[in-house]
Each structure stands twice: as structure tokens, then as C-alpha cells.
Design a protein around this ligand. Structure first.
Ligand SMILES: Cc1cc2nc3c(=O)[nH]c(=O)nc-3n(C[C@H](O)[C@H](O)[C@H](O)COP(=O)(O)O)c2cc1C
Length: 167
């Protein structure tokens, strides 16, 4: 088992990374990130997801154009699009794929690979670019790359007192 204190520190130290080194991520590391995603929990173990590994520079550029706060995507050597399969798990595809995204981000961080959740996406356009079906839900595109420069300072978090209630 992982040391709990170390794990907590690890979780606290992860940051969203938007500046990447111009260096390819080797396949074995990509595989580890995908594998971590694959082992995420899902409701009734339905695993309602598909992952798209995007390395094509033109595609990254096009996706970037359709992400209002995702201009950095075009500078990443890789992005993984996480797609929820609505038909497989109509009630939980968002929860399940969200868990995948966190697992992948944490796995990437162990490899000094920075990621950033892309929320502000023109999903319709990016779905077209990726050739997704109407029933596919594009949860996010996670750009990935080795961290360049300093790791950003943590943004503020509410204190536990502010967000917890004991009953
Ligand atoms: C649902 C969601 C949507 C997000 N959308 C974007 C986005 O479109 N662009 C971006 O640069 N960061 C995006 N982020 C990253 C957040 O800004 C970031 O997680 C938050 O500021 C906390 O910083 P940290 O991840 O470094 O701790 C998103 C994060 C989440 C969870």
C-alpha cells in the first residue's frame, strides 16, 4: 500500500499544467495512464467509456481552437479525450468518466506529466472532429506533457471547517 502521508502530499501537490516541454511522451507511459483510467471504478462496473489518444499536431490545433480556455492544448505533445458511452450506462456515464479523468491525471503526475482538465469546450465541434456518435458524451480533453518551468503555486482551497459538517 502507498504511504498515506505521502499520498496526501502527492494529491495536494498536483497542479493543472498548461505549459509543456516539447518532448514526446513514450508509449509505455501513455499506456500506464490509459491503464490507470481503465481501472477506475464505475457504476455496476459498466465501464461506459472510450479513450482517444491524440498525437496529431493538426488535430490538437483544431481542438485548441474550439476550447475557449484551452489554447495550451495545441502546445501539448499529446491529449487524451475521454468519452462517455451514454447507451452503456445512461445514469452514470458522467460520474464514471469523471473518475477516469482524475485517475489518469494522478497517474500522469507520478510520471512528471502535467495535465489540465478542459471544461470550456465546444463539444459539438470537437465531437465532429473526433468522429464521435451522437450518443457519445465528450467529457473532456486532457492535454498532457512534461512540465515546463516552475509548477504553478496552488490556488486557494476552502478550509475543511468551511466545507464539512459533522452529523
Ligand atoms: C470541470 C473542470 C473544468 C475545467 N476547465 C478548465 C478549462 O477549460 N481550462 C483550464 O485551463 N482549466 C480548466 N480546469 C482546471 C481548473 O482551473 C483547476 O483545476 C483549478 O483552478 C484548480 O487548480 P489545480 O488543478 O492546479 O489545483 C477545469 C477543472 C475542472 C475540474
Amino acid at each position: 500500500m502507498i504511504n498515506p502521508e505521502e499520498f496526501l502530499e502527492f494529491v495536494k501537490n498536483r497542479r493543472s499544467i498548461r505549459v509543456y516541454q516539447d518532448k514526446q511522451i513514450p508509449d509505455n507511459e501513455i499506456q500506464m495512464i490509459l491503464e490507470a483510467g481503465r481501472w477506475s471504478p464505475s457504476a455496476s462496473n459498466k465501464q461506459p467509456w472510450e479513450f482517444f489518444i491524440i498525437k496529431d499536431k493538426e488535430m490538437l490545433k483544431e481542438i485548441s481552437k474550439n476550447a475557449i480556455f484551452g489554447r495550451h492544448i495545441k502546445r501539448a505533445p499529446l491529449a487524451i479525450a475521454i468519452v462517455g458511452k451514454k447507451a452503456t450506462s445512461p445514469n452514470y456515464y458522467i460520474q464514471d468518466t469523471s473518475l477516469v479523468s482524475m485517475t489518469m491525471m494522478l497517474m500522469a503526475w507520478t510520471l512528471s506529466i502535467g495535465t489540465c482538465w478542459t471544461g470550456a469546450l465546444d463539444r459539438k465541434k470537437v465531437k465532429e472532429l473526433l468522429g464521435l456518435d451522437e450518443n457519445d458524451y465528450l467529457l473532456t480533453v486532457l492535454p498532457m506533457g512534461y512540465i515546463k518551468g516552475n509548477i504553478p503555486k496552488p490556488s486557494l482551497r476552502a478550509t475543511l471547517d468551511q466545507i464539512t459538517k459533522e452529523i
